[in-house]
Write a protein that binds this ligand. Structure first.
Ligand code: SAM
Length: 289
């Protein structure tokens, strides 16, 4: 989302900078001004830690902090960074539009939940387009960022600090929604079938999952090496990276939960959306088309 046409005042820009310094804003693509932009698009395309935050006038004493140093973009890459993040934003926008196109009854008659929503790009997009209710939930508390982005965009996306707990196989505190989406989250869990079961339970009409798919043509889950993102997640919950399911396993799971139509949503081919040779793909499962 590009907020430059909103000519954000100094207070808003300062607020965005504070969230960036706190580490709460960096992954999804947002442009606050010509000199303040975030997004993971450039790193995806470069396949390395190349910068998530363009903030050239960051105070010197903060530049030295290891957490911030890892995220800061080298100014010479600003143009490529911006273009890569525009491609990432186009990708999110295309998915949102396609999901709406496939949603029966019109966007204003449907409620949407995004699981693992991060800063809320997807719920804010649904809210902006007139959703009856647009909600996101995440393991990290992004409620203040939601308030901030809603105030800029004039939306009313709602954040629930609720997350998938593998020990319970549940996302406690969240009711069922008409349409559920979950992007780049299943690849971070050890028990993908239980997560799919919970996402299916929460989806009244449709479920969209964007994740890593392996190339197996039978029912297979492949695991990467645990990355240790969540130190409290001990074995067997520690497989937090590169979990890749097979397409037949996804199809069978959806069918067993009563989804009768499953379609792959086409997206621009961005070569970066493949890790260890496994591509990210997105499938929309619909109960009663
Ligand atoms: C790779 S990011 C993807 C963010 C967003 N879905 C997107 O595609 O832009 C993964 C997100 O999932 C969240 N997450 C990880 N484990 C989770 C869990 N068990 N329950 C809910 N959210 C989780 C993280 O906090 C993070 O915001």
């Amino acid at each position: 989302m590009d907020f430059r046409d909103k000519a954000l005042d100094d207070n808003k820009i300062d607020e965005a900078k504070k969230f960036i310094i706190e580490g709460l804003i960096s992954y999804q693509p947002f442009v606050f001004s010509d000199n303040l932009e975030v997004g993971v698009g450039f790193e995806f395309e470069q396949q390395r830690y190349a910068g998530l935050v363009h903030y050239p006038d960051i105070p010197e004493h903060l530049r030295a902090s290891p957490e911030l140093a890892r995220r800061l973009l080298a100014d010479r890459n600003r143009t490529e960074f911006h273009l890569a993040n525009r491609r990432l934003a186009d990708f999110y926008d295309s998915l949102v539009e396609q999901i709406i196109d496939h949603t029966a009854g019109g966007i204003d008659n449907n409620s949407f939940l995004d699981v693992g929503c991060n800063n809320g790009y997807i719920p804010i997009s649904f809210s902006q387009r007139g959703a009856k209710r647009a909600t996101g939930c995440d393991r990290q508390d992004f409620s203040r960022v939601f308030n901030f982005l809603n105030s800029i965009q004039g939306t009313n996306a709602e954040f629930i600090h609720a997350w998938y707990e593998p020990q319970q196989h549940r996302i406690a505190g969240v009711e069922a929604f008409d349409v559920v989406t979950s992007m780049a989250m299943l690849c971070h869990v050890s028990d993908p079938l239980h997560l799919l079961a919970e996402l299916g339970r929460l989806s009244k009409n449709a479920l969209f999952v964007w994740t890593l798919f392996n190339h197996d043509d039978s029912n297979v889950v492949r695991y990467g090496t645990p990355r240790g993102d969540y130190p409290g997640d001990v074995f067997p919950y520690c497989f937090d990276n590169l979990t890749a399911i097979s397409v037949p396993l996804f199809h069978k799971s959806m069918e067993l939960m009563g989804f009768s139509k499953i379609i792959e949503l086409p997206v621009p081919q961005i070569h970066s959306y493949a890790w260890n040779g496994y591509p990210f793909r997105g499938f929309l499962a619909i109960r009663n088309p």
